[in-house]
Design a protein around this ligand. Structure first.
Ligand code: B1M
Length: 212
């Protein structure tokens, strides 16, 4: 790998946002293709972060600062990327379900998905079924990603799936769920298409939902 791209890659792994932004600017000034900076330097680094997390070498704080460094880097790189440079695997509308204000895990999932080049529509917290439906109808979301941290708000995942059915658009969109009290069994019970236990696995799950 080009030495500059390597520094970007390492900067993301270390969560060193200043290194990442400085090295991206240097790479751009040196005429390196923005798509190569994105794919070889940045997305590859987030893939490595996910691997280290799954192997127990990284924990949530390391993943969070890496994702933040990635986001800061994207702010520098984005104006230089053309539509052809970014091969987005899909468009994801993500939110914490109605009644639930926990957003740290949801934000982490959104950042990791963005790091994997997914287009993210972040609906925030306390998201009603109607708002998720709107994201499918008006914003073309291909995946609805719902997070819940409370046992009392988990039923709103089921309510959202029911609302999608009532709106006649259940088959137009994949539904993925997660959050501390959520399980694969619950996902199966309510008819979600996928469940992921953490932000890294959420990326793999979203990819497989787009392929399937
Ligand atoms: Co709250 N809270 N909280 N809280 N809070 C919990 C969740 C709780 C377990 C604490 C406890 O009692 N031990 C408990 C829930 C009990 C239950 O329902 N079984 C609880 C409670 C009761 C409450 C209140 C009701 C307290 C009160 O007011 N009486 C209240 C509810 C407010 C509301 O939402 N309406 C409340 C409020 C809050 C704060 C506002 C103070 C704050 C939230 C701040 C914020 O998010 N901006 C807060 C916090 C911080 C927590 C704890 C301490 C930490 C949650 C967190 O951020 N974890 C939490 C206790 C705990 O978990 N130890 C607790 C870190 C985060 C990275 O993990 O969100 O699990 P997590 O996300 C993971 C995975 O779950 C997964 O990936 C992430 C990263 O790997 N994941 C997904 C998450 N979403 C996913 C979606 C996916 C896939 C994977 O696909 C779509």
């Amino acid at each position: 790998m080009n030495a500059g791209l390597e520094k970007i890659f390492e900067g993301i792994l270390d969560g060193n946002a200043n290194q990442v932004t400085t090295e991206i600017q240097k790479a751009l000034d040196a005429g390196i293709n923005p798509a190569d900076i994105l794919n070889q330097g940045m997305i590859a680094a987030m893939g490595e972060v996910g691997r280290l997390f799954e192997e127990g070498e990284y924990f949530v704080p390391e993943m969070l600062i890496a994702a933040r460094a990635m986001q800061r880097g994207l702010e520098v790189l984005k104006p230089h990327l053309s539509a052809e440079d970014v091969h987005s695997p899909g468009r994801v509308a993500i939110g914490t379900v109605k009644g639930d204000l926990h957003d740290i895990g949801k934000n982490l999932v959104a950042m990791m998905l963005e790091g994997a080049a997914f287009e993210i529509i972040d609906l925030g917290t306390d998201v009603s079924p109607e708002r998720f439906i709107q994201a499918v109808k008006e914003n073309g979301a291909q995946i609805i990603a719902m997070s819940a941290l409370l046992t009392t708000t988990m039923p709103n995942m089921k309510n959202t799936i029911e609302a999608l059915k009532e709106a006649g658009i259940r088959d137009q969109v994949k539904v993925m769920i997660g959050g501390a009290p959520v399980t694969q069994t619950y996902a199966d019970q309510i008819g979600a298409d996928g469940y992921a236990e953490d932000a890294s696995r959420a990326v793999a799950k979203a990819r497989s939902l787009m392929e399937g």
